[in-house]
Design a protein around this ligand. Structure first.
Ligand SMILES: [Zn+2]
Length: 444
C-alpha cells in the first residue's frame, strides 16, 4: 500500500516544529518495521508568507511511503495520530489546529491546485472543503477539517518542479537555549565557502551572522540548506557537532525556488497575494529612513511597490526614474486606508529609459553658453552680443548608474521562498531517484 501523509500547524508558541513531528512519525514507522520503501525524501513545503496568523515559518510537511502488508491503514492512522497527540501535548500545543491528511499516494497530485493557491493566495477553508468533496472518502483527516488542512493538503500537492534541500538537525527536547551557544558558527561560514558541499545561505557574510541557527524554543538545532541531498549528509562530519542530538533528516523543499513569484497584472495584486508585476515606473519616492516607494503602472492600473532597506535592494531602486520598465516580485500587504502595496523581494530591471540633459547652444562667434531670449525668440550671447533665431538647444544623453538585469536579496535578508543572489543561474534540481536506504537521509 502506497500512501502520502501531509501535516501542518503542529507548532505552538511554546515550541515544536511540524518537521520534527514528521521526523518522529517516520521514526516510529521505521522502528515498528512498517515501511517497505520510501518513495521520496520527506517534503518541507513553504507557503504564502503574507498570510496573517500563519504558523511560524509557514511550512507544511509531507511524506510518501510504501507500507508493508503487516501495517493496515487503521494501524497507520493510529500511529500517526498517537505520535502527534503525544507531541502536541508535550509542547502545550492546540490539537484543534493540527491537521494530518492521509491519502492514497496516487492521489497526491490531485492537490496541486491547493498547493498553488496556498503558495500565492489566501485560501478559505470552504474552498478546501469543496475541493475534496469528490474524493472525500479517500481523504483521511484524523483531526478533522480545519485551517491547518490548507497547508497539509498543499504539501501533498507540491509539484516539485524546482527543489532545494535542507538537513534538519534536532536537539533533545529537554535541552535549552543555552545549548546553541556550544555550536561554533565559524563552521557554517566555512561550509558555505566550500564548493564540495553545495550548501547556500547558511551564513550571512555581510551581516556576520549564522542564518542556519533558529532562535526561540525551536527543537531545530541547525537547518543546513543545500542543493544536493547526499552532500548535505556529509556536512554532519564537517560540522563536528559537539552536543547530543536527537537525530536528523534531509527534507526536499521548495525553499529558495521563488515558486511564489507568479505573473500578475496590477488589478490582480490583491492583499495577501504573492506575484510579479511588470510595469513602467511613474514615480519614485525615498522615505525618511531610506525605504523606497515606487508607483508602477501596467496598463490595467497602478500600484505602489515598497522596497525596504533590509532587502538590500534600495541602493538599486533609488537609481530608477519615470519611464523605466521593471518587474517587481513579492507579496501584497495592506497599508493605511486599506491601500494594497507590493512588498518587494526580487527586482528585475527590464529596460532603462533614456535620460537627457538640455543645454542652451554655444555662441557660434565666441563659444560662450548663450541665453534664451524667451519662448521661440532664439538665443543671445551675453558675452559678445551675438543673436540667433535658428539655433537649437543641445541635448546630452546621460549615463545611467544602473544596469538592466535581476537584483536578488542577499542571504541576510532573503525569505524562505525567495531565490537568494548566490543561486542566480544555479539549476535547482529535484533529484528524482528516491532514497532506497533510509539511513542515507535520516538518523534514528
Ligand atoms: Zn558670443
Amino acid at each position: 500500500m502506497k500512501i502520502s501523509i501531509g501535516i501542518d500547524s503542529v507548532d505552538s508558541q511554546y515550541g515544536g516544529c511540524t518537521t520534527h513531528v514528521l521526523y518522529r512519525i517516520f521514526k516510529r514507522l521505521v522502528e515498528n518495521g512498517y515501511i517497505e520503501s520510501v518513495l521520496d525524501y520527506p517534503y518541507l513545503v513553504r507557503l504564502n508568507p503574507s498570510i496573517p496568523h500563519k504558523t511560524r515559518g509557514n511550512g507544511a510537511v509531507a511524506i510518501n511511503l510504501e507500507l508493508k502488508k503487516i501495517a493496515s491503514l487503521d494501524t497507520l492512522i493510529d500511529e500517526v495520530a498517537s505520535v502527534i497527540v503525544e507531541y502536541v501535548n508535550g509542547i502545550h500545543g492546540d490539537l484543534m489546529r493540527v491537521c494530518a491528511a492521509i491519502v492514497p499516494y496516487e492521489l497526491s497530485g490531485y492537490f496541486n491546485d491547493i498547493y498553488v493557491k496556498a503558495l500565492t493566495d489566501f485560501v478559505h477553508l470552504d474552498y478546501v472543503s469543496n475541493f475534496i468533496k469528490p474524493i472525500k472518502d479517500k481523504v483521511i483527516l484524523p483531526f478533522g477539517l480545519n485551517k491547518g488542512c490548507v497547508g497539509a493538503l498543499a504539501a501533498l500537492g507540491w509539484d516539485k518542479s524546482r527543489c532545494s534541500y535542507e538537513l534538519l538537525i534536532y536537539r533533545p527536547v529537554s535541552h535549552t537555549e543555552a545549548d546553541r551557544k556550544m555550536f561554533d558558527s565559524r563552521f557554517l561560514a566555512e561550509l558555505d565557502s566550500l564548493e564540495e558541499y553545495r550548501t547556500f545561505c547558511n551564513y550571512d557574510y555581510e551581516g556576520g551572522r549564522a542564518v542556519s541557527v533558529p532562535h526561540g524554543p525551536d527543537p531545530v538545532l541547525l537547518g543546513i540548506r543545500g542543493l544536493d541531498p547526499d552532500k548535505l549528509v556529509k556536512t554532519l562530519k564537517f560540522l563536528k557537532l559537539s552536543e547530543v542530538v536527537e537525530g536528523w533528516c534531509v527534507f526536499k523543499t521548495n525553499q529558495a525556488t521563488g515558486a511564489h513569484m507568479v505573473p500578475r497584472a496590477s488589478h490582480e495584486l490583491k492583499p495577501f497575494r504573492t506575484g510579479c508585476l511588470t510595469g513602467v515606473v511613474k514615480h519614485v519616492s525615498i522615505r525618511p529612513g531610506g525605504d523606497v516607494v515606487l508607483s508602477l503602472t501596467d496598463g490595467f492600473g497602478e500600484i505602489d511597490v515598497a522596497v525596504f532597506k533590509e532587502s538590500g535592494l534600495t541602493r538599486y531602486v533609488r537609481q530608477l526614474t519615470s519611464g523605466d520598465v521593471i518587474r517587481a516580485c513579492g507579496s501584497v500587504k495592506l497599508w493605511d486606508n486599506l491601500r494594497p502595496v507590493l512588498h518587494v523581494e526580487l527586482l528585475e530591471i527590464v529596460d532603462l529609459a533614456d535620460k537627457y540633459l538640455r543645454l542652451n547652444p554655444r555662441c557660434p562667434r565666441c563659444g560662450a553658453r548663450m541665453k534664451s531670449s524667451g519662448r521661440n525668440k532664439g538665443y543671445k550671447c551675453l558675452k559678445c552680443g551675438f543673436k540667433a533665431a535658428d539655433l537649437r538647444p543641445e541635448t546630452l544623453k546621460l549615463l545611467r548608474d544602473i544596469n538592466t538585469g535581476l537584483y536578488l536579496p542577499t542571504c541576510g535578508s532573503v525569505k524562505h521562498l525567495s531565490i537568494p543572489a548566490s543561486l542566480l543561474n544555479t539549476p535547482l534540481d529535484c533529484y528524482a531517484k528516491p532514497p532506497t536506504v533510509v539511513s542515507d537521509f535520516y538518523s534514528q
